[in-house]
Design a protein around this ligand. Structure first.
Ligand code: ATP
Length: 236
């Protein structure tokens, strides 16, 4: 998938939020969009997800199966989670939409609220439904705009696992999150968004692993010393 010359502004007299952004969106890659408030991260995510048309430019080869979790889920929809997910499941062409909806609500700890109107749900439970709708169709492109916000610890961990599943299946996951530790142990491509543009940094593994070697590990220590990816902080 590729963005070509993307420009976005929200009104004729408004400033350009994105200006001439051209980017590859590689398949099978975890991508983190980062930058200051108001820099255009959510705007960029909406363009990538296809829920917002750019004012200028074009998007090529966007995967057919794509899903988006917005920063704010429209909880006022006149549905229960079960009905909402079944409806979307039918749109996705699922053979057993009710079963899939039930599995996802169970997975994210929202099964008890399957028949409660969305408008009556807590913010966190609503967010679980937002995440469940995005995973329904096993998307090749998953776009998550602060999707972890409001989720409890178990649901956050489940979402991490779901991201790994999408990536393992060759899918692309693009996310924004204000917690710098979010998904930090995985190789991630970083998009720095601001001043109308996007700067890309590569997908280096950024995790730090501290290991203790026994005195018999001289061979391993030698290998580590020769490995350009390893940085040895101290040997005692
Ligand atoms: N629907 C909209 N209508 C008008 N202006 C908008 C709209 N959405 C965003 N903007 C404006 O576009 C600019 C970029 O907003 P955007 O939400 O994309 O940034 P962001 O980097 O995601 O911000 P944050 O980190 O605060 O969520 C801001 O100036 C914002 O006010």
């Amino acid at each position: 998938m590729r963005l070509d010359g993307i420009g976005v502004r929200y009104g004729l007299r408004d400033p350009w939020v994105l200006r001439g952004v051209s980017l590859d969106v590689p398949a099978g890659q975890l991508i983190r969009a980062q930058g200051g408030n108001g820099g255009g991260k959510s705007t960029l995510l909406r363009v990538v997800a296809g829920v917002c048309s750019p004012t200028r430019g074009s998007v090529r080869d966007r995967p057919a199966r794509r899903a988006y979790v917005p920063e704010r889920f429209p909880a006022a929809l006149p549905f229960t989670p079960h009905d909402y997910l079944c409806h979307l499941g039918r749109i996705h062409g699922l053979r057993e939409p009710a079963q899939r909806a039930g599995e996802l609500l169970e997975r994210f700890g929202a099964a008890a609220f399957a028949r409660t109107p969305l408008a009556e749900l807590s913010k966190g439970t609503c967010q679980k439904v937002a995440v469940a709708q995005a995973l329904l169709g096993e998307p090749e492109l998953l776009v998550l705009d602060e999707a972890w916000t409001g989720l409890d610890q178990d649901a956050r961990a489940e979402l991490d696992t779901a991201v790994d599943e999408r990536l393992a299946g060759g899918g692309t996951v693009l996310f924004v999150d204000h917690d710098p530790a979010r998904l930090a142990a995985r190789p991630v491509l970083r998009w720095q968004v601001g001043d109308g543009g996007v700067a890309v940094t590569d997908a280096e593994q950024s995790s730090t692993v501290r290991i203790t070697l026994s005195t018999e590990s001289a061979e391993l220590l030698r290998e580590l010393r020769e490995d350009p990816r390893a940085r040895i902080e101290s040997v005692r």
